[in-house]
Design a protein around this ligand. Structure first.
Ligand code: DAH
Length: 350
């Protein structure tokens, strides 16, 4: 092997040994740099006679090209390695299972509301919805609740800004305002029929939703649920209320031997009024009377505020607590658990 072949071999080895682009540039300088081996040889040509210059020059040139080719090959190899490394580092394993969203479910109180709607729906009741921010008129006055009634005090009711002195705004304290709202709509629709003395399709409605009172302990939450019920027609009696509510409770709790008690009570918007208690014949609550709803025959003043003649129309109403029904159905003893949002508690109902 002549001197130049050895030089090319030595360059190839140095380039192959260079592990990084910087190492490679350093190795290149040794051969092709300003004072590199090839450059030195080129400079040496100057001292040679013309003929020798040509042949020697051509040989050096061949060596130089071989070294440059080795350099370029190594540069490319290093660049390929780097690209390969990056691709590997940033690789996306598309065969990995994705992150799944947890499956949601209905809140236990929502499950109860669905159940209530289903059972009353099967008895011909429609479902109505209305505002949670109410006027004083719908929440109290129209429901025959006098100015000095304790329920109207700041102590029990959340008043909100935006109302006027004549018409204060508040968070509804019960779903009863929906009795008026729904009945007024219904009556408006059938006004002509009613005035002509013809039969008005009966009002049969339930109105579930959120209600608010200044109250908080194990059995009271400042936000709670109620479900209003209203049945108005020309021939509705207290017997109908008893039948409907008994059927409802037995269907809701899936217990045919469940017993109901109507205990005399007072509400401004019903006369007579009752509290409805239920008694289970078996299970953890067997034998106890449990209050589940207020009820009564709709007061003539309320019938009048619905736009109907109390001499002709009669009805009954009830207002029950779905939160309490949920507690009884699932055996939960602290109402606050429903509204804390603790997923460990809520998940048990899915
Ligand atoms: N609104 C009453 C309350 O919140 C419950 C109630 C009682 C509703 C009797 C009624 C009813 O419709 O007839 O305490």
């Amino acid at each position: 092997m002549n001197e130049l072949e050895a030089l090319v071999r030595s360059a190839q080895t140095s380039f192959a040994d260079a592990a990084t682009p910087a190492d490679l540039e350093n190795a290149k300088a040794l051969f092709l740099g300003k004072s590199g081996r090839i450059t030195e040889l080129m400079k040496g040509l100057a001292a040679l006679p013309v003929e020798e210059k040509k042949t020697r020059g051509a040989v050096i040139n061949t060596a130089k090209q071989a070294i440059e080719a080795a350099l370029n090959a190594r540069r490319q190899a290093l660049a390929d390695e780097e690209l390969d490394r990056q691709l590997k580092a940033e690789a996306l394993d598309v065969s990995l299972p994705g992150r799944r969203r947890g499956e949601g479910g209905l809140h236990p109180v929502s499950l109860t509301l669905e159940r209530i709607e289903g059972i009353f729906g099967s008895m011909g009741f429609v479902v109505a919805d209305g505002p949670e921010i109410e006027t004083d008129w719908f929440n109290f006055t129209a429901l025959n609740t006098p100015e000095d009634h304790p329920a109207r005090s700041m102590h029990d009711t959340f008043y909100v800004e935006g109302g006027s002195e004549a018409s204060p705004l508040l968070l509804r304290t019960h779903t009863s305002p929906m009795q008026i709202r729904h009945a007024v709509q219904h009556v408006k629709r059938y006004r002509a029929l009613i005035d002509a003395g013809q039969a008005m399709p009966e009002i049969r409605v339930i109105a579930p939703g959120r209600t608010y009172r200044v109250d908080s302990d194990a059995t009271h939450s400042p936000m709670f649920h109620q479900c209003e019920g209203l049945w108005v027609g020309e021939n509705v009696s207290f017997k109908d209320l008893k039948v409907v509510f008994t059927d409802f409770c037995r269907a809701f709790f899936e217990s045919d031997d469940l017993v109901l008690r109507f205990r005399p009570s007072f509400f401004p918007f019903t006369e007579p009024s009752a509290e409805i208690d239920i008694q289970f014949q078996s299970g953890p609550n067997a034998g106890h009377w449990l209050e589940v709803s207020g009820a009564g025959q709709v007061h003539p003043n309320v019938i009048r505020n619905m736009g109907l003649d109390p001499e002709r129309f009669i009805g009954f109403a009830f207002g029950m607590g779905p939160d309490r029904l949920t507690m009884l159905r699932y055996g939960v003893n602290d109402l606050r658990l429903f509204f804390d949002g603790d997923i460990r508690f809520l998940r048990q109902f899915q």
